[in-house]
Design a protein around this ligand. Sequence first.
Ligand code: FAD
Ligand code: FES
Length: 400
Amino acid sequence: MTASLLLGVISLGLLLQLAIGFAVAVSRRRQADPVDGLATRDPTLDVAAWPGWRPFRITARRFEDAAQTQCSFHLAPVDGAILPPFMPGQFLTFSLKIGEDAARNTVRCYSLSDRPSLASYRITIKYARAPDDKPDVPAGVASSHFHDRLAVGDIVMAKAPAGQFTLDSDPTVVSVLIAGGIGITPMISMLAEALSTHPDRPMHLFYGVRTLEECAFRPALEALAQAHPSFVLHLACSRRDTDSPPGHLAGRIGIVLLRRVLPLGRNRYYLCGPPAMVTELTRDLRASGVPEGDIRSEAFGPATPGQPLTLVGDAAKLSVQFKRSGRTLLWDGQDASLLDFAERHGVPIESGCRAGACGTCATRVLTGDLRYPMKPDQPPDAGFGLLCIATPTSNLVLDA
Ligand SMILES: Cc1cc2nc3c(=O)[nH]c(=O)nc-3n(C[C@H](O)[C@H](O)[C@H](O)COP(=O)(O)OP(=O)(O)OC[C@H]3O[C@@H](n4cnc5c(N)ncnc54)[C@H](O)[C@@H]3O)c2cc1C
Ligand code: FES
């Protein structure tokens, strides 16, 4: 009798322990579940961004459009440690060894295209074909490398998430997201995260594509619109011979169309796409009275739109010496940055984001002073300058 009672008590205790263990495991898994994103992260699990380059393994790849021009790559850290959080809209910078010249790395930035997760990141890359008017030039170096050569299991080196193109935390202001082509990548991350934390947040997405086949993430976008009546999806196909889906828009996204479709009142605009589109829309929004603080933008290209051209009063008197290249040039104030200036004169400078966020263009300033029209995301080390957003305020000698 005593023995069986003892056995009963022990079994009950074991059962209780198992139940508690299971509950803790479920709660920990929920906190660490990648799909749950930041909203359910355990703050004690948050980790700092890593310095320099970190190896990531490609764990999956998948096309996101019917035309198969935009491919997602899922990346898990090789060290298996949990990932620091990021703000939707930020990007990763990659250093790629491509081709014969193993000593020279190609640096490119790609936006994070999913909600934050503890276990992996997702980026989505559009294959940069040769331009229509120059069919004989090679396809884009980095995008073709990802599409044509990188497979599941391959390793790429990436810097920690960076960038200031992020969604306002105030969920009451109407957010108007405008994406051109592959400019959809930061937007899908912003939408998925914002609507999961504030399901009734008022949001519009204007997504311009050439044809419907090039519309990326269409099922995911339509599912979000279906689940959240406060989110309105506007697809617009620009090629004349293609139709937008019923209920959507036709033609290019411009200020007239926005004025016609959007509700009156204050909106905050987020623009991402080719530089020409971003520059034109920024100008037209400003001209139509939208305050500068209500427009945020990021261009996926060589220019840095929105950044005013800085004409220095005594510009022609400033000399810029690129010591290692053996060139001394006159700064004439025509360029928005020292990086543009160097490139225009054929002086090679590595660059990535061209927006003061990735640190790739950091160059040692041997003599002289720089000015930053916009605050760098990550200030450079002492004695270095970020040439992509800097202009000279004195004669300069650069270690480049
Ligand atoms: C912050 C940021 C985020 C970004 N996010 C994304 C993203 O999420 N997804 C994405 O796909 N891209 C993104 N980009 C763009 C990306 O970084 C690359 O610029 C893009 O992939 C093209 O790089 P590439 O090396 O493939 O092309 P490049 O080698 O730089 O070539 C660019 C184009 O020039 C053409 N070309 C080559 N030679 C010549 C020539 N002699 N004359 C004329 N044209 C020529 C190529 O065919 C190609 O079309 C982002 C950029 C930034 C700055
Ligand atoms: S190119 Fe990224 S900081 Fe200058």
